[in-house]
Design a protein around this ligand. Structure first.
Ligand SMILES: Cc1cc2nc3c(=O)[nH]c(=O)nc-3n(C[C@H](O)[C@H](O)[C@H](O)COP(=O)(O)OP(=O)(O)OC[C@H]3O[C@@H](n4cnc5c(N)ncnc54)[C@H](O)[C@@H]3O)c2cc1C
Length: 421
């Protein structure tokens, strides 16, 4: 039984953040760097933070190599690499500065490797071309094609679930007087009240009234932004990333991360091998269609509308200028639903040890595309006005970027919204 509006407990705030993922929690911290006494409330529909993309990713603290120099991804990844590294060290979290190789597996990719190298150098990233012989001294199981590979010494790995838990606790400890986190809180109604000049959000027990709303709901962010009449020209293609994990610690055999040369225009980095901070090998993520925004397993959480909607989106891309990319994605990625094919694919660049591998919780990328051009958006996207900010297309490397990106979000808000207190 739902209570009537008038029976709900009313909670006022200056900022209401939707979503306790890595972006939402970092935005809360960033708010206190600008507005030390702001009242902030964070609403999360799950029972704890980071149960979606922020806890279901590769845990790689990226260097910022691939992204075009003028993008938010390039800028915030470079800064975010330093920030996330420092955060893990300051809080004694699992962390391994293992570095990463990028390796071609055929002649076409080998030519592309040099474009990636050039992009990384343009972005000001510390990377080098290394001879295969030199590289194999560090990583004897390295495979692939060509005389040279790219070495990125500042790439590291951490444990995403540990990081987000630490962040949520830190916010509670440092800003608990002004900031509260509401878990298991599903939104039943969400609207801008012109009468009261604020945003109203109703849950089962509370009526949140806030001067400003920040939508950091990852996979759900596009739908919420549309309720505020933003994002008219965007649609989301849910793309699932499956992982395999080794059942034993392999740190005696594998020391670094090994990435392929990514498929052009696909915006996915390709199936790679990572070594977790505990020494297990993680292989993935693949890039296969998901039939719903949170469809992690088989047909779980798929409504008939989602199913037909997603099939329609893939079909429309197949009849666009993106057809080539979508078809090669299908041919290359769908077979990786099989364990053997996934391992076969990574072994072209890294001959990971032959231990037992089992499926690990997959993640879903909140990849947006422009319905007019049918092209994937390559950068993060912010849509906002004086009442609400919507953080969209938070695909990789959003986890690495989260702290400086959050500062940027708050600085954009401060230009359109004035908090008088
Ligand atoms: C397979 C995969 C691998 C990746 N690997 C890497 C990597 O190695 N390195 C890297 O830097 N990045 C990586 N990324 C990207 C990174 O994980 C994301 O950029 C980042 O986690 C996005 O964070 P977020 O806070 O925007 O979204 P999320 O983590 O999805 O958080 C959104 C939160 O909002 C909540 N929510 C949704 N709807 C509502 C609602 N209506 N009301 C209340 N709460 C709601 C959700 O429950 C969730 O907790 C990867 C992503 C994927 C999918």
């Amino acid at each position: 039984m739902y209570k009537r509006y008038s029976q709900l407990k009313k909670l006022n705030s200056d900022f209401l953040i939707l979503g306790a993922g890595i972006i939402g929690l970092n935005v809360a911290k960033a708010i206190y760097r600008t507005y030390p006494k702001a009242i902030v409330r964070i609403i999360e529909k799950e029972h704890s933070p980071g149960l979606h993309a922020s806890g279901r990713n590769s845990g790689v603290i990226h260097a910022g190599i691939y992204y075009s120099t003028d993008s938010m991804k390039a800028k915030f990844c470079r800064e975010g690499n330093r920030a996330m590294t420092q955060y893990c060290k300051d809080n004694h979290l699992d962390f391994n500065n293992c570095g990463k190789f990028i390796v071609a597996s055929n002649e076409r990719e080998y030519q592309e490797l040099y474009s990636i190298y050039k992009q990384g150098i343009e972005n000001g990233i510390d990377i080098q071309l290394m001879s295969r012989t030199e590289a194999m001294k560090r990583e004897p199981l390295l495979r692939g094609y060509g005389e040279e590979v790219i070495w990125s010494p500042s790439t590291s790995v951490a444990n995403p679930r540990q990081v987000i838990k630490c962040l949520s606790n830190e916010i509670r400890e440092k800003y608990g007087k002004y900031c509260s986190q509401f878990y298991n809180t599903e939104i039943l109604k969400l609207e801008k009240s012109n009468q009261k000049d604020c945003i109203e959000v109703a849950s089962k027990d509370f009526l949140f009234e806030s001067k400003y709303l920040i939508n950091c709901t990852g996979q759900q962010a596009l739908g919420i932004s549309k309720k505020f009449l933003f994002s008219n020209f965007y649609n989301m293609l849910p793309v699932k990333g499956n992982y395999l994990i080794s059942d034993m610690n392999c740190s005696d055999y594998v020391k670094t991360l090994v990435y392929p040369v990514p498929m052009k225009d696909a915006h996915f980095l390709g199936v790679h091998s990572t070594i977790t901070p505990t020494g297990h090998i993680k292989v993935g993520p693949s890039a296969t269609p998901a039939f719903g925004i949170e469809n992690y397993n088989k047909l779980e959480k798929v409504k008939p509308n989602d199913l037909f909607g997603t099939i329609g989106k893939y079909a429309s891309l197949l009849f666009s200028s993106q057809a080539g990319m979508v078809t090669s994605l299908a041919f290359q990625e769908l077979p990786k639903l099989s364990k053997n094919k996934m391992l076969e694919s990574v072994r072209k660049i890294h001959d990971v040890p032959p231990c037992n591998y089992s499926w690990y919780p997959p993640g879903i990328r909140s990849q947006l595309y422009d319905v007019r051009t049918k092209k994937f958006l390559s950068d993060f996207r912010l849509e906002y006005d004086g009442f609400s900010m919507h953080v969209l297309n938070t695909v990789s490397p959003g986890w690495t970027c989260s702290s400086p990106f959050a500062d940027h979000i708050v600085s954009k808000i401060s230009k359109v919204f004035r908090l008088d207190n």
